[in-house]
Write a protein that binds this ligand. Structure first.
Ligand code: DX5
Ligand code: ZN
Length: 225
């Protein structure tokens, strides 16, 4: 099912060049990137560490683009207020880390920000069926979270189609975001399956070589065609 919603780009800020962060954020603003996607890792749910509350605040206080927090951590309910206070405009947590999903969604919605649920590649999409009426977006991982530069898992295309169909059938308006190895080819397949937000990392705009603005504009043009 082709996504009928406007295609958006979420820049994966863990992939940015931190030595040139301000310059890169200004470039992302100029290239009209839609979301600054901040991966938070705890070395427990994923075997790595990445961004943190003060990084979110730095972006929120200095950039004009909405800031999204992707909680790749266990017990995310402990840090909802921390990232709200840090300035998050949207928060997604992993369904694999929570037992009482409605409760944490309500906890986040109390602050009037967008709430999403993220699913690892092996997690069946049926697990979110009974929270679709509560969420604003779903983040489908196309790689096991924790590291950039990994390889796309093609089985997630079936998952995106499943979610897109059930969202459409139930009459919800929920964004489907895909995160992990989103190069042009993979992103186009995910959009055809029903996704409308693409997390852009080292596979697209934050390549080791190339001009960030040019890569971003070319990526947007290629996936929106
Ligand atoms: C993985 C992260 C992804 C990743 C995207 O845990 O959530 O955002 O950094 O970068 P690439 O394009 O390198 O997969
Ligand atoms: Zn992410």
């Amino acid at each position: 099912m082709i996504s009928r919603k406007e295609i958006k780009i979420a820049a994966s800020m863990a992939c940015a060049d931190f030595w040139r962060l301000e310059e890169q954020v200004r470039t992302l603003e100029k290239a009209k990137v839609d979301i600054l996607h901040c991966d938070i890792m705890d070395g427990n749910f994923v075997p790595n560490f990445s961004l943190f509350p003060d990084f979110v605040t730095t972006l929120k206080e200095n950039a004009s683009i909405p800031v999204e927090v992707h909680m790749q951590i266990v017990n995310p309910e402990r840090f909802i207020e921390t990232f709200i206070d840090a300035g998050a405009d949207s928060i997604c947590f992993h369904i694999e880390t929570i037992h009482n999903v409605h409760r944490i969604i309500q906890q986040i919605k109390l602050y009037g920000i967008r709430v999403g649920v993220s699913l690892n590649p092996s997690t069946h999409p049926a697990v979110v069926e009974y929270v679709l009426s509560e969420v604003d977006f779903l983040t489908v991982m196309a790689v096991d979270p924790g590291f950039y530069g990994q390889t796309f898992i093609p089985e997630v295309l079936e998952k995106i189609e499943y979610l897109s169909n059930i969202i459409h059938t139930k009459g919800h308006s929920i964004d489907i975001e895909v995160d992990g190895n989103m190069n042009v080819e993979n992103a186009r397949k995910c959009i055809s399956a029903g996704a409308n937000i693409i997390v852009a990392g080292t596979s697209s705009i934050f390549r080791a070589t190339g001009n960030l603005e040019q890569l971003t504009n070319e990526f947007r043009e290629a996936i929106s065609a």
